[in-house]
Design a protein around this ligand. Sequence first.
Ligand SMILES: NC(=O)CC[C@H](N)C(=O)O
Length: 318
Amino acid sequence: MKELTEQYLMEAIEDSKPFASSGNVNMNIPNTDETLKDLLGVTIITMDQECYCAGDYMECVPMQSTSKIIGLMLALQDFGKDRVFQAVGMEPMGDFFNSISQLESYDTSKPFNPMINAGAIAVAALIKGQSVEKRFERYLNFLKKITSHEELWMSEEVYEAEKANGARNRSLAYFMQSTGTLVTDVEEALDLYFRMNAVMMNCEDFARVGLFLARGGRAPHTEERLIPPHHLRTVKAIMMTSGMYNSSGHYAVEAGIPCKSGVSGSIIGAIPGRMGIGVIGPAIDEKGNSTAGGALIKKLSQDLGLNMFGIENIEKER
Ligand SMILES: NC(=O)CC[C@H](N)C(=O)O
């Protein structure tokens, strides 16, 4: 096993970078071009708040689907597990994250899980607040507390692009309305979902979300408990089974880390009791996962003994 140092992280980045060549940058995101393909950055924050970073860790990208775990946390907070999972399933789906056909095939047409687009829209519809603005404000304030980053912001440009390219998401939402899965205002649920996708974050922000999940829901400096641990257990379990879309099984086997990816090439990893990981590598595969970022996650797991199903650390201590 290797020791976690910035030198090690730099080497891990160099080893993982070539995997970017098999991916493509998502051109639906504003200000995106091919030059982003070569970027790869990582930040790891341990339980005692030690921060290690390497590569292009200062880059900022929209949250995209990593926002789905934040939405799920808020909905669990608002309604509890039973109500949330009446609206959305908790089973992995072996199809693309924006699949329409899968929506029709599962349990009274509710989405398979909260990590796919339909599921996240159904979850966004639950989040409490008097208006979309208020609900988004709650979302952003919650994120600011988790990351202790007061300046977190939503890109209007990305938000506009999400709306402009949102035909598929609208189809999913209106289909759910037709089956009675989505009973609140459809356009409002979509609007909140689009805004959530457009919040800009860097590797440290992503790592802090991972750390929040890893250390039981406490705000970094104040130690205020923001979410009870049993809800975080649910979120991490869903991340492990569905967070990397239809590659989740692969990542469970090869990395064994609860992860969530987004089409901006971001990945959040949460290793309970140990650390949070934030990765940005904008070249993504056809399933929507960062190719170099995914390779890096697998490498970190192997080198640092992070696989939750492994016993490397216990063996080491003997
Ligand atoms: N996988 C993703 O990151 C999907 C997010 C993207 N904005 C969408 O709604 O389709």
